[in-house]
Design a protein around this ligand. Structure first.
Ligand SMILES: C[S@@+](CC[C@H](N)C(=O)[O-])C[C@H]1O[C@@H](n2cnc3c(N)ncnc32)[C@H](O)[C@@H]1O
Length: 380
């Protein structure tokens, strides 16, 4: 995992919430979970000030949800959210972690003298048995563009088994956003792709000349492979707000208290965006998410807290934004209307990765209509 990668989260087949996903545990662990066992990776999340401040404020400005209550922390990692819950007055906190990071969490709990309240349990949330139901479920389950990693499945499973009626979820709500953007990155990626194909042609000629084998039958699959890598893989970016060139749209809303796995298997949204900048280039779309800590209708928060990963100059997060680039970019101007059809599904090979189809039609205010485009992207 590079420094911008959120790690791979663990889990197994989940047994509730509708639409349970069958997963090979060994493969899932090797592909995904394992990175969370490294302290450097937990440290990256613990150093994200926007993330940390949001959870810290959500807990300590809503102590009424924690005082004397039982709490379950799904995927406790270093144990940070469990320890804060205890410091906010929880009677008992169950801190469940699938990886051996649980040992470090246990050490931290003891070093901070919270061992009488926080019980660290090593195991998959789906397999763990608690001695009681809880008042609060807290978890930091969000992956790139919210749903990559599919960890919310484990939170749903925990909620359906262990949350008392009337209990609250931290966070309580989540939303996904998309907006048109400009970026120089598309030109760079296109030139990387062209460079790679030029190199392929030189390689083919050499192989024929020196070794007597014609490789040309592989030109198409090589080109497809390189297109996927350079042009169709969505990119991690910290966008400057000035790069957003049109109105942003909400493409998915999740109520964490009621959502089922079926509700989050697919994201489908048709939305309109209006260009807000004169004479610019539509280079693609940026996607981000926010989550809210509102408690529930029957048990609301005293202070609602928001954690947003929107493009920002001062408050960027380790999630950044996901960028889907259009090749080639299209000239647009203020008032042009963009109609987008967006679909995101889980990859069949790895349920923690996502595949996107993005259709785009532009109606320029001059009346002109460039040809519509439809592209496939991979969130890897
Ligand atoms: C994004 S990290 C958050 C860690 C910590 N709660 C924090 O906020 O710093 C998610 C953690 O959940 C763990 N995890 C993911 N799925 C899990 C599951 N099904 N059961 C137990 N732990 C899980 C991962 O190993 C990882 O340590």
């Amino acid at each position: 995992m590079g420094s911008h990668q959120k790690g791979e989260r663990g889990g197994s087949s989940n047994g509730s919430g509708g639409g349970a996903v069958a997963v090979d545990k060994g493969v899932d662990f090797a592909q995904y979970f394992c990175t969370y066992a490294f302290l450097y990776h937990q440290k990256e999340m613990l150093s994200d000030r926007v993330r940390m401040d949001a959870y810290f404020n959500a807990i300590f400005e809503n102590k009424h949800h924690f005082k004397g209550k039982t709490v379950l922390d799904v995927g406790t990692g270093s144990g940070i959210l469990a320890m804060w819950s205890a410091q906010a007055g929880a009677r008992k906190v169950y801190a469940v972690e699938a990886t051996t990071m649980s040992g470090h969490a246990q050490a931290l709990v003891k070093a901070n003298n919270l061992q009488d309240v926080v019980e660290v349990l090593e195991g998959s949330m789906e397999d763990v048995t608690l001695p009681e139901q809880v008042d609060v479920i807290i978890s930091e389950w969000m992956g790139y563009f919210l749903l990559r990693e599919s960890m919310f499945d484990s939170v749903i499973c925990a909620r359906d088994r262990w949350l008392k009626p009337g209990g609250v979820m931290y966070p309580s709500h989540a939303r996904m956003w998309m907006a048109p953007i400009r970026s120089g990155l598309g030109d760079q990626k296109k030139s990387d792709y062209d460079g790679s194909m030029n190199d392929w042609h030189a390689f083919m000629e050499d192989t024929k000349e020196y070794y007597g084998v014609d490789m040309s039958v592989l030109t198409k699959p090589f080109s497809e492979e390189q297109m996927k890598y350079y042009l169709q893989t969505s990119l991690w970016q910290n966008l400057h707000p000035h790069q957003v060139i049109g109105t942003a749209a909400i493409i998915k809303e999740i109520d964490c208290l009621t959502a089922t796995v079926n509700d989050i298997l697919k994201v489908k949204s048709d939305f309109l965006s209006s260009i807000t900048l004169e004479n610019t280039r539509l280079c693609g779309f940026g996607g981000w998410f926010d989550v809210h800590f509102r408690g529930s209708k029957v048990n609301p928060a005293q202070q609602e807290i928001e954690l947003t990963t929107a493009p920002s100059v001062d408050n960027s997060t380790h999630w950044g934004q996901q960028v889907f680039l259009l090749h080639p970019p299209v000239h647009v101007s203020e008032g042009d209307a963009i109609s987008v059809s967006f679909t995101m599904d889980r990859s069949k090979e790895n349920h923690r990765l996502m595949e996107v189809e993005l259709g785009c039609e532009i109606k320029q205010s001059s009346g002109k209509q460039p040809p519509p485009s439809r592209n496939k992207f991979y969130i890897e």
